[in-house]
Design a protein around this ligand. Structure first.
Ligand code: IPM
Ligand code: MG
Length: 364
């Protein structure tokens, strides 16, 4: 029997509702496959600000360092939205990504054929969509300094800094090429090299890495054009590598291909050990959705798919990951829907009911 320590960080809004289902999924996997998942839970985000005055406690970061993996819900909400506040819920997430060195954010975007009608795009555009976005996660404009308010010529002004060094770019490029080899062998590197110096360095370094992977096809696409092509011809993309900010924006856009933000998981990984496993942080790409928080209607499927990624990447449990993914697909295939993916006139299940439906299929 394998044992794993999983730190649960539910956060705010719908975070706690969906994270509770993540715990149930781990219990169900443990029961079916004979593993022991020991879960513990800590406050992060707005909930942690309210309790302790900061978005994450140092001891929570230490607990994350000791754990095999972290399952994250979502953070933020109107209560903590004041742009002048010095403490913000999102700081907890950035601190954790940075402290754990989780530089690779994997965001798979696939369209379940049964959900094609939930998308606002035409079915023929969506057929065959299978994209893996690798977003650089611990550098770029998210972490560049200075980041501050200034007074320039007597006016309020503000500065953000975008910095990348060659190593930060090269490791993303290597990962992109390596993962493309197990897929359709195509990498699209997204930048803004016609304007930004960081993007010109990005392109240069990706080109330097490229000769090591002669079997993989590479194209460079400017981010504005990439935003357009994602909607016009999404099925042409295989692996996309890009910087922190561009990846943030493009993956929200890409989630609409899948019908709902509520469907997409993400894995944030750092160094991978020799056994192929590594500590990771797993979070749905949806946010805290304050408008529906506490109502029991949030879609738990992104959290289930996150749990599957956790099993795969941090626990080395591929069969277990596939079983959970298959249970999610089976529930969707059987026509079960939460409100965000229900079509006109289709009945919508609540969070618990949808989760139950998946777990029944997992057990069965
Ligand atoms: C995401 C989110 C975060 C980000 C926020 C909550 C800090 O939008 O994971 O995509 O911008 O990285
Ligand atoms: Mg985002």
């Amino acid at each position: 029997m394998a044992e794993f320590d999983i730190l649960m960080l539910p956060g705010d809004g719908i975070g706690p509702e969906v994270t509770a289902e993540g715990v149930r999924a781990l219990e169900a996997i443990g029961a079916r496959f004979g593993h022991d998942f020991r879960t513990s839970e800590e406050l992060v985000g707005g909930a942690c600000i309210d309790a302790h005055g900061s978005a994450i406690l140092p001891e929570t970061i230490e607990a994350a360092e000791r754990a095999d993996a972290v399952l994250w819900g979502a953070v933020g909400g109107p209560k903590w939205d004041d742009p002048r506040a010095s403490v913000r819920p999102e700081q907890g997430l950035l601190a954790l990504r940075s402290s754990l060195g989780l530089w690779a954010n994997l965001r798979p975007v696939t369209v379940d054929p049964a959900l094609i009608d939930s998308s606002t795009l035409k079915p023929e555009v969506l057929r065959g969509v299978d994209i893996l976005v690798i977003r650089e996660l611990t550098s770029g404009i998210y972490f560049g300094r200075p980041q501050e308010r200034r007074t320039i010529d007597g006016r309020r002004a503000a500065v953000d800094s975008m910095t990348y060094n060659e190593d930060e770019i090269a490791r993303v490029a290597h990962l992109g090429f390596q993962l493309a080899r197990g897929r359709r062998g195509r990498v699209t590197s997204v930048d803004k090299a016609n304007i930004l110096e960081t993007s010109r360095l990005w392109r240069e370094v990706v080109e330097e890495v490229r000769p090591e992977y002669p079997d993989v096809e590479l194209e460079h696409v400017l981010v504005d054009a990439a935003a357009m092509h994602l909607i016009r011809r999404p099925a042409d993309f295989d692996v996309v590598i890009t910087s922190n900010l561009f990846g943030d924006i493009l993956t929200d856009e890409a989630s609409m291909l899948a019908g709902s933000l509520g469907m997409l998981p993400s894995a944030s990984l750092g160094e991978v050990r020799e056994d192929g496993r590594g500590r990771g942080l797993y979070e749905p790409i949806h946010g805290s959705a304050p408008d529906i928080a506490g109502q029991g209607v949030a879609n738990p499927l992104a959290m289930f798919l996150c749990t599957a990624l956790l099993l795969r990447h941090s626990c080395g449990l591929e069969a277990e990951a596939q079983a959970l993914e298959a249970a999610v697909a089976a529930a969707i295939g059987d026509g079960l829907r939460t409100a965000d993916i229900a079509g006109d006139g289709e009945a919508a299940l609540g969070t618990r009911e949808m989760a139950e439906a998946v777990l029944e299929r997992l057990a069965g």
